[in-house]
Ligand binder design. Structure first.
Ligand code: GLV
Ligand code: MN
Ligand code: MN
Length: 410
């Protein structure tokens, strides 16, 4: 972003926040971000958060679940909380998560420039491990806070190197003794507003910079384990093979068909192959299904169909199949009165549903009055280095967030 500093102090504040965060965790070869929970890049992002908060005179705290908070005013009940997450998917874009945090700090700068004096505390939050790229479960920080993810299960989660979350937190110097539902932090949130880059083209089609979320599709993650027999790629006759890759491939194709027939989504985006040799039939293949649909009945039906297709493929190929549910998020409907009030405030901003998951959804499900703002994404591409939002739309998003915060906090 390149905005002349003197012409618009709001723009220059956004610009300096954005450009200081941009280099952290970017892979030089792909241009994508690899900010995985509690690894170096994530730790640097956390330092960046702390530095930005402190330079604004905001008190910083890390809660029992590793989420970071920056307070304008004394922490207390009725706070207006905004923010998002700093971690990324593998080779993710710059905007998914960070845009919400940069916009939050920039919105506070704008409010101060405008001489706004909130009567309630305002907080910026960075939730831990929203994407679940490292430990497989999404929104770990917010789910722990609301109690939706239990302490024991969380601590036992393992990354691809076999390290548990408990070991990881200890290594990062975080005491995990008090991990789990955090009523004190929850009770302070009067309203949560998350600003996020749109992950679709709804706003492009409507020719608007900023929209307001209505709901999040129900979604979840399932692990599919296919177990066969390792053998030689050249000498093993077709009828003698027990090839888990074959059964996995049949399941991937069936998932696509099952999703298309329901206008739903089914994606196998991650796979582990054992032993992963070019000239060996694998002994085991594990694939993770991400499935989403308009309503829970459709989602349940879709996943049941894909499970049945996996079983049939396994039988045909004489391969063992096991399906394990790893996470499930029911449909989320954001607070209608809050949503409509914000849309009216923002010049009748359009209302949009989304099929992407967010910490805002976790909080809304836990009963916190919650809203989301979306900022236009010209291509709709997300979870990719190509993810983008134009500078002018980012500034419109910050301005919209500042108006919402002022409206709620004054
Ligand atoms: C998060 O971005 C998700 O929708 O999985
Ligand atoms: Mn994401
Ligand atoms: Mn996100």
């Amino acid at each position: 972003m390149n905005v002349p500093a003197q012409s618009d102090p709001g723009a220059s504040s956004f610009d300096s926040l954005w450009t200081s965060l941009l280099p952290i965790g970017r892979n030089g070869a792909t241009g994508g971000y690899r900010r995985f929970a509690w690894q170096d890049a994530d730790m640097q992002c956390r330092e960046w958060f702390r530095g930005q908060a402190e330079s604004r005179g905001l008190d910083v705290e890390r809660d029992r679940n590793g989420n970071l908070w920056a307070w304008w005013g004394s922490p207390g009940p009725g706070a207006i909380v905004t923010g998002s997450h700093l971690d990324s998917v593998p080779d993710g874009g710059a905007y998914d998560g960070p845009l919400g945090i940069v916009s939050a700090f920039a919105a506070i700068d704008l409010l101060r420039l405008r001489g706004v004096r909130p009567s309630r505390p305002i907080a910026v939050v960075a939730f831990s491990d929203e994407e679940g790229a490292r430990f497989g479960v999404a929104c770990i920080g917010s789910r722990l806070m609301t109690g939706e993810l239990g302490r024991e299960r969380a601590l036992a989660l393992r990354d691809d190197d076999g390290l548990t979350l408990a070991e990881t937190l200890t290594k990062a110097g975080v005491d995990h003794g008090a991990l789990g539902r955090d009523d004190e932090s929850l009770a302070r949130i009067g309203t949560f507003v998350e600003l996020h880059v749109e992950q679709g083209r709804g706003l492009v089609d409507l020719d608007r910079s900023v929209g307001v979320a209505t709901s999040i599709w129900p979604h979840g993650r399932w692990r599919f384990d296919f177990t066969g027999e390792a053998n030689h790629a050249g000498t093993t006759l077709p009828q003698d093979r027990r090839d888990p890759m074959q059964a996995f491939a049949g399941t991937v194709l069936a998932a696509r068909t099952a999703a298309a027939s329901r206008d739903a989504r089914a994606t196998f985006g991650r796979v582990l192959i054992d032993p992963n040799g070019t000239n060996a039939i694998p002994s085991a293949v594990t694939g993770w299904l991400d499935a989403r649909a308009r309503d829970e009945a459709t989602l349940d039906d879709l996943v049941a169909d894909i499970g049945a297709a996996a079983t049939a493929s396994g039988e045909a190929d004489r391969v063992g199949v096991a399906v394990t549910s790893e996470s499930y998020t029911p449909v989320t409907t954001f607070d209608p009165a809050l949503r409509d009030g914000i849309a009216t405030l923002l010049d009748r901003a359009p209302l949009l549903p989304t099929a992407a998951g967010h910490d805002a959804g976790v909080l809304a499900t836990a009963g916190v009055p919650t809203a989301m703002l979306f900022v236009r994404n010209p291509t709709g591409v997300s979870h990719s280095p190509e993810e983008h939002a134009e500078d002018v739309d980012c500034l419109a998003g910050t301005d919209a967030l500042a108006s919402v915060l002022a409206d709620l906090a004054c």
